[in-house]
Design a protein around this ligand. Structure first.
Ligand code: GAR
Length: 187
């Protein structure tokens, strides 16, 4: 069994899609949901599926001993960021080199970096009259939205669409592609 930890800060729709996908999977198990946000929707998602959840503040996330102990105890092999709004500390990037991935709701390297998340990404795509947008799944390094790209999927930006509708289209793409890309990477 490969054990995944999902790190998330928000409503957790990607976490939900990933947990659902790997339910009863023969070789992959979601073993932990970690959040920095005590009011994140993802905590309820974890409870609903009887998955261990941990709320870890910024100082604790930087504490190598504590974080390693938690991940080692649950035999975590792979970390999936799904809307995790904290920088991953260097020791974790090193410990899980090539085994941490992130998803971003745009076609990186465009519309990424610090502060570029949520609806702001889609508003900026529309403001710049882009004709295409999409998702990027990439490895994580020490910089925001910067590691090697694993997969991108593109959609056309419909004329006169608003940021909320565009966000929903992009999220549907995320839910479709993130779980199966993780599965491929764990083969
Ligand atoms: C997702 O759309 C993800 O691409 C984005 O946060 C959202 C989390 O939604 N991540 C980033 O912007 C990373 N820079 P969710 O909580 O419903 O899965």
């Amino acid at each position: 069994m490969k054990h995944i930890a999902i790190f998330a800060s928000g409503k957790g729709s990607n976490a939900q899609a990933i947990i659902q996908y790997f339910k009863n999977h023969p070789t992959v198990k979601v073993a932990l949901v970690l959040t920095n946000n005590p009011s994140a929707g993802v905590i309820a998602v974890a409870h609903e599926h009887k998955i261990i959840s941990a709320i870890v503040n910024t100082a604790t996330l930087k504490n190598e001993q504590t974080v390693s102990k938690l991940l080692d105890a649950l035999k975590i092999d792979f970390i999936v960021l799904a809307g995790f709004m904290q920088m991953i500390p260097e020791f974790l990037v090193k410990k899980f080199s090539g085994r941490i991935v992130n998803i971003h709701p745009a076609l990186l390297p465009k519309y990424g970096g610090k502060g570029m998340y949520g609806i702001k990404v889609h508003e900026t795509v529309l403001k710049n009259n882009e004709t295409e947008t999409g998702i990027t799944i990439h490895y994580v390094n020490e910089r925001y939205d910067d590691g090697e790209i694993i997969l991108q999927k593109t959609i056309r930006v419909e004329p006169n669409i608003n940021a909320e509708k565009l966000a929903a289209q992009v999220q549907a793409l995320e839910h479709e592609w993130y779980p199966k890309t993780i599965e491929q990477l764990l083969k």
